[in-house]
Each structure stands twice: as C-alpha cells, then as structure tokens.
Write a protein that binds this ligand. Structure first.
Ligand SMILES: Cc1cc2nc3c(=O)[nH]c(=O)nc-3n(C[C@H](O)[C@H](O)[C@H](O)COP(=O)(O)O)c2cc1C
Length: 259
C-alpha cells in the first residue's frame, strides 16, 4: 500500500490541485482542456450497473445533469474517456456508483486497467442514490462498503473514497473508515459545512491526523490561492469543482509554481 501512495505522490509532478468529479460535466473532452494544470483529473461520476443507471435516469428527469452511458458500451466509452483525460498530463481517477458489485465488476476491471485510481462515491446525496443505501449512505453502512471494497481490492488499483463531512459525526466516520482502512489508499474529502459557505477545516484536521498514512485530497469552496494554501495544511492535495465551472482557475497556475 505504501508503494501505491508513493507512486501517486511521485507521479503528480508536484502539482497540488485535483479536478473534482461533476456528473454530466467531467468527461474526457472536459478534462483534456486543462493541460498541465491538475495533479489528478477525476472523470465521472458514472453509474456502472443497471440499478444506478436507472437512478441516474430519474435524477436527470428532474433536471440534474448525469452521465447516462449505455452499459453495453460502457467499457469502450470509458477507455476512450481515460485516453482523452490523459491529454491533460495528469493522473486519471474515475468516480463510480454501483449497487450490484457482481454486475459492476467487469466495468471496474476495465477502469482499473486503464485509469490510475478508482474513486468510490460515498458522497452523493441525491435521494435516488441514497434510497438504495449508496452515496453518502455508504459512510453509515460500513458492512456494505466493506463488501464492495473487498471485491475492488482484488483489482490492484489504488482506491479512493469520496466522502462528505458532517453527514455522520466525525468520530463515527473515523470509526467506520477504520473498518475498511486496509482497502483504500486515499480519501477525497468534501469538507461540507452545513449552513456555512466555507470548508470545515477543523474536521479535516481531525481526519487527516487520524489517517496519516493515507493520501488526503481536501475539497470544498476552494477558489483562490489563499484558500488552497489554508486547506493544504491538512491535506496532500486540494480539489476544485464549482470554481472550474465559474472560470475561477487563474490562481492555479500561480499555485503550481509554488511547489
Ligand atoms: C454539477 C456538480 C456535479 C457533481 N457530481 C459529483 C459526482 O458525480 N460525484 C462526486 O463525488 N461529487 C460530485 N460533485 C461534488 C464535487 O465533486 C465537490 O465535492 C463539490 O462541488 C464541492 O467542491 P467545490 O466547492 O469545489 O465545488 C458534483 C458537484 C457539482 C457542482
């Protein structure tokens, strides 16, 4: 596991900013625009079994963007997206949701073969996903998460968990993550702070102090060099989503020169 972490830390060319996943937006074509900007670009989130595909359809019907990729063509599709994302000269991570690990496994094998990281979505709060016990519910139902990770663990690819803070109390979150800690290499942490327009850095500190041997990507509301530096006190990387949509990325070039 330490080797995998070192590989990730060494391969990122000392860049410290990650492109966070945005369903319906961050495909290969989107990622490849950002040449030499990000340490990691994240594709997805993709629905990789029939149950989550159907959930995605319902989400899209009520107006949110989704990637709805025909599951019969998913493998060719994702290989192509990863290839395009690599044109950004970053590592490539793929954010995934699935209900039936047996059904999803073949697609995970293809992702593991072509991408650098598989990122399991334990973050989504859309009710069509959470009602299946998925997304952020996976932080609560650690038995289900463990079953998933046991299977993905056999693929020999670094696994990251995309999680959201303040959905369950931090001590419970740490307790649950401890159960599965042997399976994941990194945590991609949305430092969501309910009711606040800024990140919950004190909880991020608690989490990163506990998981010192894991790669930590801090996320939420980073849109300036100052905010990125502040978050980097408690993380190996910071990630950005809405700032990219809003075109607030000029600071990243400056930021990259600092490391
Ligand atoms: C339009 C949109 C779609 C998103 N889709 C996903 C997703 O599919 N999977 C995921 O883990 N997070 C998703 N996120 C969450 C982002 O990755 C990120 O955690 C969140 O936006 C907070 O970061 P920010 O403040 O930099 O935007 C999405 C966010 C946005 C704005």
């Amino acid at each position: 596991m330490a080797d995998k972490i070192n590989k990730i830390l060494e391969m990122n060319n000392s860049k410290k900013v990650v492109l966070a996943p945005m369903a319906g937006i961050t495909d290969g074509e989107f990622c490849k625009q950002f040449k030499n900007m990000f340490a990691i670009t994240t594709l997805g989130g993709y629905n990789i079994d029939l149950t989550t595909y159907k959930a995605g359809l319902k989400i899209e019907q009520r107006g949110r963007k989704e990637f709805l990729i025909d599951l019969n063509n998913f493998n060719e599709y994702i290989v192509d997206q990863i290839k395009k994302a690599r044109e950004s000269n970053s590592l490539v991570s793929v954010n995934v949701r699935f209900f039936d690990i047996e059904e999803a496994y073949g697609r995970l094998e293809v992702i593991a073969k072509h991408a650098d990281i598989v990122e399991v979505n334990c973050h989504c709060r859309q009710r069509e996903i959470t009602s299946l016990g998925l997304g952020q519910e996976l932080m609560r139902d650690v038995k289900r998460l463990e079953r998933f990770l046991e299977e993905i663990g056999s693929l020999n690819v670094p696994i990251f968990l995309k999680i959201r803070l303040n959905y369950i109390p931090i001590d419970k979150l740490i307790k649950n993550l401890d159960v599965v800690k042997d399976y994941f290499t990194g945590l991609h942490v949305d430092c969501f702070y309910p009711g606040k327009p800024y990140a919950d850095l004190s909880s991020l500190k608690i989490l990163s102090d506990h998981f010192k041997d894991k790669v930590i990507i801090g996320n939420n509301s980073v849109d300036s060099l100052e905010k990125a530096l502040e978050m980097l006190k408690y993380a190996d990387f910071v990630s950005v989503a809405r700032a990219v949509l809003n075109g607030k990325i000029d600071w990243i070039k400056e930021f990259n020169k600092m490391f």
